[in-house]
Ligand binder design. Structure first.
Ligand code: AVJ
Length: 307
C-alpha cells in the first residue's frame, strides 16, 4: 500500500487511487452522495433497472451464474435478482471484506433460495472461479455503477478483455456506463451544494493517514472537480491550499500552493464510443437500455464469435 501511494505522490501530476475513498466513513459518504439532488448517476441507473429489469432478466436467462464486480451495498442487484429466473449462484466480488460479507449476509436473509458465494478480491487482478460458478449454464458478469469510468480507456479495455475470458464464449456482460452530457450537469454532480462530495474526497486523506501514518492536514486541501473535455472525463482533485510537506513512509512529499492531487477520473462515454472500446476487447454490444433523458446506459455485451 505504501509503495503504491508513494509512487502516485512521486508522479507528475500527483495521484492517489480512488480505492482510498472507501473505508467505513467513505462508503457511508458515497451512499450520501447518491442521495444528493445533483448526483444523478445512481438514481438514473436504478430507474433503468426498475423499468427494464424484466427485459434484462430475459437476456440473462435461467440458471445463470451472476458475478458482480465491486458489489458494495448490492441495491441494484436486488432489482435484478427480483426479476431473474432461478439464478444458479450469485458471486459478489469486492475488495472491502466487511462490506462484502455484510451485504452477502443481508442478501442471504432476503433470498433464502439463492446460493451466494462472496469473493474478497481486487477485481482488476486475475482470479479463478469456483466450481459452482464454472459449471453453471452460463456466466454473466454484472458491473454496475459506472465504475468502468474510473479506468483510463486502455485499462478499461484490459479489464473488459479479462471479463470476456472469465465469462467464456457463452457468457455475457451487463454493465452500467455513464454518458457524456452537458458540462454543467456533470460538474454539478461532482460539486454538490451540500459539500458531501468534498467530504468524500477529503476522506481519502483521512484514510491514508490512518492506514499509513501520514500527516496530511485535511484543512489545507480543497476539493475541486472539473470537466476536462479533451479527455471526456470529470477529474477530481484535492488542491493544496499552501506550500507544504507531508511525511509518507521515509519520504517528504512537497506540495506547492495550488498544486492538485488527482484522486479520481470519471470517464463519460457516447454510445458509439463505448461500443468502440468494447470492440477492442472482443465484445459486441447487443442491447442498450437508457433513461428518457439518455443520461445513463445499461448495456448488454457478448463475446464476438468468429463465423
Ligand atoms: C462509484 C466510481 C461510479 O465516478 O461517479 C461519486 C464515484 N466520485 N462522486 C463516480 C464518485 C465522486 C463514482 N463511481
Amino acid at each position: 500500500m505504501l509503495e503504491e501511494v508513494l509512487a502516485g505522490l512521486r508522479a507528475k501530476p500527483k495521484r492517489l487511487s480512488p480505492t482510498w475513498f472507501y473505508d467505513e466513513l467513505g462508503s457511508f459518504l458515497f451512499d450520501a452522495i447518491c442521495d444528493t439532488p445533483e448526483y444523478y448517476v445512481t438514481r438514473v441507473e436504478l430507474d433503468i433497472m426498475r423499468e427494464f429489469g424484466p427485459d434484462i432478466a430475459r437476456c440473462i436467462g435461467a440458471n445463470a451464474a451472476l458475478i458482480e464486480y465491486g458489489s458494495g451495498a448490492s441495491l441494484k442487484t436486488r432489482l435484478l435478482l427480483d426479476c431473474l429466473d432461478t439464478p444458479a449462484v450469485y458471486m459478489p466480488v469486492d475488495i472491502a471484506r466487511g462490506h462484502l460479507l455484510d451485504a452477502a449476509g443481508a442478501l442471504a436473509r432476503d433470498y433464502p433460495a439463492l446460493r451466494i458465494q462472496p469473493l474478497c478480491q481486487d477485481f482488476t487482478k486475475l482470479f479463478s472461479l469456483p466450481k459452482t460458478v464454472e459449471s453453471a449454464e452460463r456466466r454473466v458478469i454484472y458491473f454496475p455503477g459506472a465504475t468502468i469510468g474510473n479506468f483510463e480507456p486502455e485499462k478499461a479495455c484490459a479489464l473488459l478483455t479479462g471479463m470476456r475470458s472469465l465469462i467464456g464464449k457463452d457468457g455475457a456482460l451487463l454493465i452500467g456506463v455513464d454518458l457524456r452530457k452537458d458540462p454543467w450537469t456533470l460538474e454539478r454532480a461532482y460539486n454538490d451544494s451540500g459539500g458531501v462530495t468534498a467530504e468524500f474526497n477529503l476522506n481519502a486523506l483521512r484514510h491514508v493517514n490512518r492506514e499509513l501514518g501520514t500527516n496530511f492536514a485535511l484543512d489545507s486541501f480543497e476539493h475541486r472537480a472539473c470537466w476536462v473535455e479533451a479527455e471526456s472525463r470529470v477529474e477530481m482533485n484535492l488542491v493544496s491550499l499552501r506550500k507544504q510537506r507531508v511525511h509518507v513512509g521515509n519520504e517528504q512529499i512537497e506540495f506547492q500552493a495550488g498544486e492538485p492531487l488527482r484522486t479520481e477520473c470519471c470517464h463519460k462515454y457516447t454510445i458509439d464510443g463505448f461500443a468502440g472500446l468494447a470492440a477492442h476487447a472482443g465484445l459486441v454490444v447487443q442491447d442498450v437500455w437508457l433513461d428518457e433523458e439518455e443520461q445513463f446506459s445499461v448495456q448488454w455485451l457478448s463475446p464476438r464469435t468468429l463465423q
